[in-house]
Design a protein around this ligand. Sequence first.
Ligand code: UDP
Ligand code: MG
Length: 331
Amino acid sequence: MNGSVPTSDISVVIPVFNERANLRPLAERLAATLDGTGLAFEAIFVDDGSQDESLAELRAICGQEPRFRALSLSRNFGKEVAIAAGLDDARGRAVVIMDADLQHPPEVIPLFVEKWREGFKNVYGQRTGRETDPKMRTFFTELFYRLLERFGDVTLPPGAGDFRLLDRQAVDALLSIRERARFNKGLYAWIGFKSTGVPFDVESRASGRSSFNFARLVRFALDGLMSFSSIPLKVWTYVGLTISFFALAMAGYYWVRTMLFGVDTPGFPTLVVSIAFFSGVQLISLGVLGEYIARIFNEVKGRPLYLVAERIEGDAPADVSGAGVARSSRS
Ligand code: UDP
Ligand code: MG
């Protein structure tokens, strides 16, 4: 990792999942913008098991533009892992990470580069609003960030996401983290380094729809909270202590009452309610333990983070033997 020799100034890493119609306009805007900076660049598209024609489109694009290449993962591994695969492959002295759906305007990259030249190693795009997101999503997103802020080990700058530039040093730091439950937003903050934000207007998704539905976002939020906080594990000690205290107080109360007034009608509803309530509490705490144990299990298995099915390199003309790798999957 540290031994890799940077061959470009800037690598651009782009996770791609069912983005066929967005790839061509993105490639054009990206090339035009980066050409304007006069820097040597490469772009790495990571096809994350797309089910549409994204891969064929990437083949066409990379065939025409030698500075573009693509990795095709063997299946859908999720955006976080796709980004890790791209970072592994990037050779630039700095790496820009951006979405493929044109929500992250390539024209902002020169502003990132400017900050990078000023010495910042972790330059993040800060979206100026969430107007393009549904209201419900915005509400839960804010709730999640507030929870993470309160209970997590990291503080995330508001509005910052994956759209950012990382210096080689920061990239190598990220690559040294081989966690499987990757929550990149937390990791970017965790590695530290001199950081700054660059505001940008988030655009609407150019074509297609977001692959993050509510269930997937909940999963993602749980990954985030559990990777960066152990409060959910520890909170049960306090819940348990509080409940035991009240149970003891109640026992004392009933003992005194029985002594003074004797036994009255047996409290059936109280019994049912308290059994149901405490069973619920126990199941929740077991569930939380399970979540962490499942994560430990995942990490311990030590499977590779991702598998690459195919590399698509732009520099060899499509009709010579160098492209054999690219053709093999179709034959
Ligand atoms: N993406 C991916 N793998 C996935 C889901 C999404 O690589 O399993 C990519 C997607 O192609 C896009 C980026 O991650 O480039 C952001 O995805 P999306 O636009 O669906 O998310 P949103 O912008 O709604 O957060
Ligand atoms: Mg998007």
